[in-house]
Design a protein around this ligand. Structure first.
Ligand SMILES: [Zn+2]
Length: 257
């Protein structure tokens, strides 16, 4: 009975890992850091747009929404896959759009002063989520293995895949912290660093994430049982990605609101 239950949990977990984003925790950390860097006026305007809620409240919303009929059109918006033989520039494009185009589209919508309050809220919720995904390296992974979803490996003696490991496993195994504790610990870049991180375009940031993805593929063995060393090596990298995501999201929102 117990074995059956564990197998079922494993199956559910594995299916869940086929999802499309940082887990809830990663998105919450990005939103929490962003919130801490919003100008006072921007903070107020955002609350007004979201009917009193914060961006944190909506950070993971799009992952659920993309599975509903109403938002099925956003299914491919969470990533941009680039195969081993392709470059960022010449990668085969998703016909229904990718993360880079989707982020640009939300920024454009939010820059338009004539949109309705509802359109504004939806674009904001999408932007908040997608800026998180933009910094999850496996969202710039290879098409051949569906962004690491089919890059199978062994992690702490369990069957796993590269995408899932980067969505949640390293994060959860790196520190047993709440999203606010994560933010407390990693959000301490000085002014000069913040400025450097926020330089560039959406494409520059996407290219940077893709370069990291390539490094991860080349430094992740499918033959070994990945465990403590892997977590120790990549946790600081994840911390840096979450910090960048949060700071860049705040930078964009401070301009738009
Ligand atoms: Zn997502």
């Amino acid at each position: 009975m117990k074995t059956k239950f564990l197998l079922l949990c494993g199956a559910i977990l594995f299916t869940h890992l086929e999802l499309m984003a940082w887990g809830q925790k990663g998105h919450d950390i990005v939103s929490e850091i962003a919130t801490r860097h919003l100008k006072c006026k921007v903070h107020k305007n955002i609350r007004k747009t979201l009917n009193g809620y914060s961006i944190l409240y909506w950070s993971n919303w799009l992952d659920n929404a993309s599975h509903t009929e109403a938002y099925a059109y956003t299914k491919t918006w969470h990533y941009k896959n680039i195969d081993a033989g392709e470059t960022y520039e010449n990668a085969q494009l998703e016909s229904k759009g990718d993360i880079v185009g989707a982020i640009k589209m939300q920024i454009e919508t939010l820059s338009n002063k004539t949109i309705s309050q509802e359109q504004k809220a939806t674009a904001l919720k999408m932007l908040v989520h997608l800026m998180g995904d933009l910094h999850q390296p496996m969202h710039m992974g290879r098409r051949a293995d569906r962004g690491g979803n089919q890059y199978t490996l062994t992690y702490f003696n369990r069957k796993a895949n590269l995408h899932g490991i980067w969505d949640t496993a390293i994060l959860e195994d790196g520190h047993k912290w709440s999203h606010t504790e994560w933010a407390d610990e990693i959000d301490h870049a000085n002014k000069k660093m913040v400025k450097e991180i926020c330089q560039g375009t959406i494409d520059d940031w996407a290219r940077e994430t893709h370069a990291l993805a390539k490094r991860i593929y080349s430094e992740t063995s499918q033959q070994e049982n990945l465990s403590y060393d892997y977590v120790a090596k990549w946790t600081p990298v994840i911390e840096n990605q979450l910090l960048k995501g949060g700071l860049r999201l705040a930078y964009i929102l401070n301009k738009l609101f």
